[in-house]
Write a protein that binds this ligand. Structure first.
Ligand code: PLP
Length: 496
């Protein structure tokens, strides 16, 4: 199994090489060159396994330059009971037509841990295999959750340094504190004046600077990415869609072979794309519902075929989804255009030049065979949090609430739907507590107090990784404008 760029170059790239590089040399994203398919019998077998067993099998389907024992080693080291005390993923069936897949039981309380606990292990193995001796610096733009999860995954990993840029406007107080108090000798965290798209654009610019790349190479250094453009991040996310199906079959909620829907709160289109790959690989999935917040550029695209980022960037209560350029969509476009790399390149160049592109009716209808979409605004999200708590005594965060709210609008409940829950409610205390107890109850009091209030009133303990967060020492307080990002990165890479 080899990989190539969505824009045509780098054919024959191994899994290891794709993981190390992150982004293809022409600015495209690595995609598998062959289709991976599990037979119904193989999927049935997966349904009898635990999370780690499923992970080892699914990953092996896409990473054939790792031998099965190496994959199992990575899986075992990533999803330990110490890091995931309640198991890698939680699964709660709320009623006959809706279940919730909880992906926030890891060290940073967001679904990003599912991939970012294992990506560094893939990278370590890939470096060994390829005899790569260059020092790798991971450069990452974050809308709040990737940053912390990547820092936690890569901290103190030998031969690797990690630098995270986060938007000074937009992340929650808890998210910010998680990052600026990060431990580790190889880490750096810098705030950008601007929003996530500014941070992401800045990082992409550094990656595509050929002169800088050459200079780094000359000095025995290279860059890599922990954003979901890295195939090594997408792959571990395919696993939990199979796991969800296994849980539903085990509980008798669906019969083996019966199709289900997934609803995925979407930002950079990584999580939902992994669901699409699971479907392509044979998982019985009918519709994949893309749930957007007010920054509904992807939901609009999935309805109209027009991708248009020329609109106001909205700061919402689900900041991890405040994105106007959803990088991973390029991988879906590649498939929808029949793997016509030239056509993909044209569209992406249009996007870069005018912020807009359009696909034909036939392409859109192909995409709509797999996807449905909708959006919910902050008011609806707040109501949804309160409603789900009242109805099921079940607490969800604002991102998950976007998902559940869109599910209710879009689904006719003919199939069982699994809504992906992407973060712990305790990462977004102000919004969640405000939704349950009214904004008066939370206004003017610090986030630490809101967190305590939320826990006390719901009787749900604050997740261990967030305990004591407000008392930790702040290590990073640098704030720069986007134009200074290259220099800031260079200084860190060269220990200046
Ligand atoms: C990152 C994130 C999302 C969006 O996931 P994508 O893969 O970027 O689409 C949704 N919710 C939370 C809590 C996140 O951290």
């Amino acid at each position: 199994m080899t990989y190539r760029s969505t824009r045509g170059k780098d054919a024959g790239t191994s899994f290891s090489e794709a993981v190390i590089k992150g982004l293809a040399s022409d600015g495209g994203l690595f995609v598998p060159e062959e289709e991976v398919r599990f037979t119904p019998d193989e999927i049935k077998k997966l349904c009898g396994m635990d999370y780690k067993g499923i992970a080892a099998e699914v990953i092996a389907g896409y990473a054939d330059d790792f031998d099965p024992a190496e994959i199992r080693e990575c899986v075992d080291e990533a999803y330990t009971a110490a890091k995931f005390p309640e198991g890698p993923a939680g699964f709660t069936t709320l009623d006959g037509s809706l279940s919730v897949l909880e992906l926030w039981h890891g060290p940073t309380c967001a679904f990003k841990d599912m991939a970012l606990q294992i990506l560094p292990l893939f990278m370590k193995k890939a470096v060994e295999k390829r005899g790569e001796s260059k020092e790798i610096t991971i450069l990452t733009a974050t809308s709040g959750d990737t940053g912390k999860a990547a820092l936690e995954g890569f901290r103190d990993v030998e031969g690797v340094k990690i630098m995270v840029f986060y938007p000074s406007e937009g992340v929650s107080e808890t998210q910010k504190l998680q990052m600026v108090t990060q431990a580790g000798s190889n880490v750096n965290v810098v705030a950008i004046v601007g929003n996530f798209d500014n941070a992401q654009t800045g990082v992409k610019k550094i990656f595509s600077d050929k002169a800088f790349e050459k200079k780094l190479l000359g000095d025995g250094k290279m860059l890599s990415s922990a954003n979901s453009i890295n195939w090594g991040r997408l792959l571990p996310q395919i696993v939990y869609y199979f796991y969800s199906y296994a849980r539903l079959v085990a509980s008798g909620t669906v019969k083996f072979g019966e199709k289900i829907d997934f609803c995925v709160p979407t930002g950079n289109f990584g999580d939902i794309l992994a669901c699409y790959y699971a479907k392509k690989a044979g998982l019985p999935v009918e519709k994949i519902i893309c749930a957007s917040n007010e920054n509904k550029v992807v939901a609009d695209f999935l309805r109209t075929g027009v991708y248009d980022k020329n609109r106001e960037f909205m700061t919402t209560t689900s900041p991890a989804m405040d994105i106007l350029v959803s990088s991973n969509l390029e991988r879906l476009i590649y498939d929808a255009l029949g793997k016509d790399c030239g056509a993909v390149k044209d569209l992406m160049e249009k996007l870069a030049a005018c912020g807009k592109y359009e696909v034909g009716k036939d392409v859109l209808s192909k995409i709509r065979n797999d996807f449905d979409s909708g959006f919910s605004d902050c008011g609806e999200v707040s109501k949804e949090i309160a409603k789900i708590y009242k109805k099921y005594n079940y607490l969800i965060d604002p991102h998950t609430a976007v998902g559940v709210s869109v599910f209710e609008k879009v689904s006719d409940r003919t199939r069982h739907t699994v809504c992906v829950s992407t973060a712990s409610p305790f990462k977004f205390n102000a919004c969640v507590a405000g939704s349950l107890f009214g904004s008066d109850a939370v206004e003017g009091i610090g986030e630490d107090k809101v967190c305590a209030l939320l826990s006390e009133k719901t009787g749900i303990p604050v997740p261990a990784p967030l305990c004591g967060l407000f008392d930790r020492e702040i290590r990073f307080n640098e704030v720069v404008t986007p134009d200074l990002m290259p220099k800031t990165a260079e200084d860190f890479i060269y220990d200046k």
